[in-house]
Write a protein that binds this ligand. Structure first.
Ligand code: 2M8
Length: 436
């Protein structure tokens, strides 16, 4: 393992964040991702909190300028003047009266790490600056969690339902892609896939201009995701108005992070003196209990579930380990911890996003196998919460050695550490600061 020089590594991480800084918010990558993304900005704020908490607070405030009047925090806030496929033209948020008037946003959300980030930033602020930050932001985060439970868990199951793979953050993760391929498709999409014209989409793709196609989502997956975004628009992005066969998923990563975020939010609300209403309090209390329903005995893992049929969506992925942070049944916790020591989850550069022996594993393709720094950071937090500090330290050290040797790539081959996707990637740099 490469020896890590902490001050050198921190200096390079800061340089990446400075380069990607757009004043009040940070792009994930100057080439591939020129807009603001929800969980990227949260990870950036968590890292920045360790060196410049004032700027970290600004990052979160600027993210919230995209919040809708119903409380939804969109997964993207668009930079003015950048128009690419899959961005503002796809969503056209201005047509929706709930969207903000002064910025364009997407119309779906992303993993709710906002309360976790607000908590991390508030812990580094003091006095009047902290009070003002909490007074401004906490009511808006409460509105966000209120929206998640009101509109995405109308049956009050304690589990939030997602309607698009982009909402889960691990976009092309195998369980979602399998579910998407099996969901009803419009006739034109079926024809396009059969005639293999999806390849033509490559001409319009921004990502493959910067990154080899073998490291990104396949053209078919990409086209299905674009088509799904379009069809959500026809239902007004409203879960209740989706047609019967539409994709509805109780996602593991999202719901695990929501449990952690709920806890942080309850603490923040207490500190800010803002009451939490009864509905939200009840939802927060039932979430950890209902989360256990996502355990699949057959897979010995927490798996996403089809919200309509209740069927588990395999194969298990890195998301199963996010449950360590949420806090789960002790026997299941022990199973997860021992799996992290098995070779299929513990190649030279752990933790792969899919176990290396899974038939769908692909070492270089996006969320189908590579190791990511944000998921490692989440697993480190989970291991610490589970009292597994030795294993947490080992994974932290392995993650730091990976970026020290191979740079702040978007993701890495779990076998040889080859940097993949975008380089100079913001959350890899920011979470390096957090891990340091
Ligand atoms: C990836 O997602 C975007 C769409 O939202 C894309 O593929 O263009 C994902 O890795 C997502 O988790 C991340 O937030 C985003 C920006 O880094 O890129």
């Amino acid at each position: 393992m490469t020896a890590v020089d902490p001050s050198r590594l921190a200096a390079s991480a800061r340089a990446v964040l400075a380069r990607n800084d757009r004043g009040t918010w940070t792009v994930p990558s100057t080439t591939l991702y020129p807009h603001q993304w929800l969980w990227d900005s949260c990870f950036v704020a968590i890292g920045l909190a360790t060196i410049d908490p004032g700027r970290a607070a600004t990052e979160l405030r600027s993210l919230l300028r995209g919040q809708w009047s119903n409380g939804m925090v969109p997964h993207m806030v668009f930079a003015p003047g950048v128009d690419d496929l899959g961005s503002r033209r796809l969503w056209r948020s201005q047509r929706d009266p709930r969207a903000p008037r002064d910025v364009d946003t997407s119309c779906i959300t992303q993993p709710p790490v906002l309360a976790i980030a607000v908590h991390a930033v508030a812990a580094r602020l003091a006095g009047a600056e902290r009070d003002a930050f909490l007074a401004d932001v906490v009511p808006r985060v409460l509105a966000y969690h209120g929206w998640l439970y009101r509109e995405r868990d109308p049956a009050r199951t304690g589990l939030v339902t997602l309607v698009h793979p982009w909402e889960c953050g691990l976009d092309t993760t195998p369980p979602w892609m399998a579910a998407l391929a099996g969901a009803p498709q419009p006739w034109w999409l079926r024809a396009a896939l059969r005639l293999r014209v999806a390849r033509l989409v490559r001409w319009f793709r921004r990502d493959t201009r910067y990154v080899p196609a073998a490291e990104r989502s396949s053209d078919d997956d990409g086209l299905r995701m674009l088509a799904l975004a379009r069809s959500l628009g026809r239902a007004g992005y409203d879960l209740a108005r989706l047609p019967p066969g539409a994709l509805r998923v109780e996602d593991v990563a999202f719901n695990a992070l929501l449990i952690v975020a709920n806890r942080r939010l309850a603490e923040l609300a207490g500190a800010a003196g803002v009451p939490v209403d009864d509905d939200l309090t009840a939802a927060m209390a039932s979430a950890p209990v209902r989360f256990e329903e996502l355990w699949s005995d057959a897979d010995a893992a927490y798996c996403a579930r089809d919200a309509t049929s209740g069927a588990p969506l395999g194969p298990p992925t890195i998301a199963s380990f996010f449950a360590l942070w949420a806090g789960v049944r002790p026997d299941r916790q022990r199973t997860l911890v021992s799996q992290l020591r098995e070779s299929r989850w513990n190649p030279a550069h752990p933790v792969p996003s899919v176990a290396v022996d899974a038939p769908v594993f692909d070492a270089r393709r996006y969320w189908k196998g590579p190791t990511w720094i944000n998921t490692n950071w989440i697993v480190v937090e989970g291991l610490r919460a589970a009292g597994e500090s030795q294993l947490a330290d080992r994974l932290r050290d392995a993650s730091l050695a990976l970026v020290a040797e191979h740079g702040f790539a978007e993701y890495f081959s779990p076998f040889d550490g080859e940097p993949l996707g975008a380089d100079e990637f913001s959350w890899s740099a920011a979470l390096t600061l957090a891990l340091l």
